[in-house]
Design a protein around this ligand. Structure first.
Ligand code: ADP
Ligand code: MG
Length: 340
């Protein structure tokens, strides 16, 4: 075959392979967009585990009607404009890839209104084929509808699991998010019935939310940690050793508000527990690491599950020492924070 330039739709469908694995990845990208737009409330309506319908409505800033076609164009973003912005990026999104990817493998529509606009506007995309912008009433904010995910990519659609399984993945991701953003109200419905609701509470992670997400027993055994040094801050909750798990299912790590997996930090936590946990048992924790965004590269993976630290060793040792100190103090009988 001669070399040829691929058409845009196909390029987006190829990118979708990396960004859109299953309905939960769509929910993740769309809710992150809502949060980046400053939403205080996000409604998530699902049908058939999200494979039939994912509808996300937010009360964020909204998009001007004439920018809707840009929003679903590849590499179009309002979040960065230069390499310098990228290096200090504070938003969850920045690649300008999610919407075109999702819209290329679903029946997609986006309706939005900015606070200052007289009326809303809507744009449909069918399997990557973009329609025209039409006026449509909408309160301030944005609604994105994703129907029939992978309808035009049978090989991917075939790999979708049972409704319960897909819903489980969505809820697990929302749980992660709910822990990081207790200030945002999240409402979920599935097949027309309300299924989950996290009320927007406050800036602080309330024990209510800890209870709801990790269970009462975790909350009862949780030690509050908050320590800063060398421009790093680690805060959150770790379970006392008496509460431990057979698997790593209650290990939540956030870096600058983004849920990530990191071997080095996970290792540091395990090390801190090494003397106080039985071999093979796993600690439970919800930890937030905050640092200058310039010290961490978030542009490592299209789905942004991983980051790269400029000074990984320093961070490892900081996490280890902070938690080891906290655990040692409880053993000595002087909890550094109160159990929640
Ligand atoms: P990214 O989030 O990386 O910028 P996306 O493809 O997810 O890329 O979104 C493209 C652009 O569309 C965003 O930069 C933003 O300007 C706009 N956008 C998407 N979703 C929303 C939303 N819910 N509210 C306001 N603007 C949005
Ligand atoms: Mg995005």
């Amino acid at each position: 075959m001669p070399i040829r330039q691929l058409p845009d739709i196909l390029i987006n469908q190829i990118a979708a392979g990396e960004v859109v694995e299953r309905p939960a990845s769509v929910v993740k990208e769309l809710v992150e967009n809502a949060l980046d737009a400053g939403a205080t409330r996000v409604d998530i309506d699902l049908e058939e585990g999200g494979s039939r319908l994912i509808r996300i409505r937010d009360d964020g800033a909204g998009i001007p009607g004439d920018e809707l076609p840009l929003a679903i164009s590849r590499h179009a973003t309002s979040k960065i404009a230069s390499l310098d912005d990228l290096e200090g990026v504070g938003t969850l999104g920045f690649r300008g890839e999610a919407l075109p990817s999702i819209a290329s493998v679903s029946r997609f529509s986006m309706t939005s209104r900015r606070g200052d606009a007289a009326h809303g506007a809507s744009l449909d995309v069918d399997g990557g084929r973009v329609g025209a912008v039409t006026p449509k009433p909408h309160p301030q904010g944005t609604t994105v509808e994703v129907r029939d995910l992978f309808f035009n990519v049978p090989a991917r659609r075939k790999f979708l699991k049972a409704e319960r399984t897909e819903l489980g993945h969505i809820e697990e991701w929302l749980r992660q998010l709910a822990l990081a953003r207790p200030d945002v109200e999240l409402r979920v419905s599935h097949n027309g019935r309300p299924s989950k609701r996290w009320k927007g509470e406050s800036d602080l992670l309330s024990d209510v939310r800890l209870n709801e997400t990790l269970g009462e027993e975790f909350a009862r055994n949780a030690l509050h940690v908050d320590h800063a040094a060398a421009g790093l801050r680690l805060h959150g909750w770790i379970a006392q050793p008496a509460y431990n798990r057979a698997s790593a299912d209650q290990q939540y790590l956030y870096v600058n508000g983004r849920a990530i997996r990191d071997r080095s930090v996970a290792h540091a936590v395990k090390q801190a527990y090494a003397d106080v946990l039985f071999h093979g048992r796993q600690p439970a924790y919800v930890l937030f690491l905050e640092l200058d965004p310039r010290r961490v590269d978030v542009n490592v993976h299209p789905a942004k599950h991983e980051v790269r630290f400029r000074d990984a060793r320093l961070i490892h040792d900081f996490v280890y020492r902070t938690l080891q100190g906290a655990l040692a103090e409880t053993r000595a009988g002087t909890a550094i924070g109160q159990g929640v």
